[in-house]
Design a protein around this ligand. Structure first.
Ligand code: SF4
Length: 263
């Protein structure tokens, strides 16, 4: 009882922080910058000049439909997922409003949305994350981030009492863009063209022990009174400085007439 009261008291003294599993993964990248991380945390991960190409908001749900309808029609997962061994039955993925857990040690709320969830015959869970990308050197660089993203999902699932996680993995759906005059007929349709995606699977080890130290790091960085020093030689920071100077100069001037802004 005393321990619980102590944890509640510690929590109450700390500002709550909400972070997604993917954002937490940034901490494990080789070029991690504590300054950028601090800024994003303080802005609740809502920063200007970022956009998510619209095509991915269509491809991601489409990919999930392919595996789900395949299971509905043939009562088994598509062949390309066999690399994960027995997957069992697909389960509905909980929405992000439900799939979250608060760490009482750090008062950090860890959230996320899984792409695919299965329950094996032994009742263990399998969590998969889809990536619409080629498994290139650049994706390889992002692998530490993706690993933490999946460890986060496993951590949340177990803490929510959904069951023990038995396996985790990434599925890369690589767009097939090689085309010649000889093969063009294969992709032509009456009203457009089709594009193939080839799947590559990457099973990951389960490392739940990686999560608590990362949550502590989030707390430590968030609690810094001022932004820490950024990466040396980062071109983006020089551009950010320039942008700040422009914004400050504009702020000092009189309001620009709407006509001048419109040109
Ligand atoms: S050094 Fe680069 S990565 Fe770090 S805060 Fe500046 S822009 Fe962001």
């Amino acid at each position: 009882m005393a321990e619980i009261l102590n944890a509640v008291a510690v929590c109450a003294a700390m500002q709550p922080i909400r972070i997604s599993g993917k954002h937490l993964g940034a901490l494990s990248l080789p070029d991690f910058c504590p300054r950028c991380f601090w800024v994003r945390l303080k802005c609740r991960d809502k920063i200007p000049f970022t956009f998510f190409p619209g095509i991915f908001s269509s491809i991601d749900p489409y990919t999930k439909k392919v595996t789900s309808f395949h299971h509905e029609k043939y009562s088994k997962v598509p062949k390309w997922l066999n690399g994960f061994g027995e997957l069992g039955k697909p389960l509905p993925v909980p929405p992000h409003s439900k799939f979250q857990t608060l760490d009482p040690e750090t008062n950090v709320l860890l959230t996320g949305v899984m792409d695919e969830l299965y329950r094996r015959r032994d009742a263990s869970l399998v969590i998969l994350d889809n990536k619409t990308a080629r498994f290139t050197a650049n994706q390889d660089k992002l692998l530490p981030l993706y690993e933490v993203q999946l460890y986060s999902y496993a951590w949340i699932a177990e803490r929510l009492g959904m069951g023990k996680v038995g396996a985790l993995g990434l599925v890369y759906y690589e767009p097939q863009t090689d085309l010649t005059t000889k093969t063009v007929d294969e992709v032509l349709l009456k009203d457009g063209f089709a594009m193939r995606f080839q799947a590559k699977v990457l099973p990951l080890d389960l490392r739940l022990d990686r999560i608590p130290p990362l949550l502590q790091k989030v707390r430590d960085i968030y609690d810094l009174a001022t932004a820490p020093t950024g990466r040396t030689g980062c071109k983006d920071c020089r551009m950010l400085d320039r942008l700040m100077k422009v914004a400050m100069n504009n702020g000092a001037r009189a309001v620009i007439p709407a006509k001048a802004v419109q040109g």
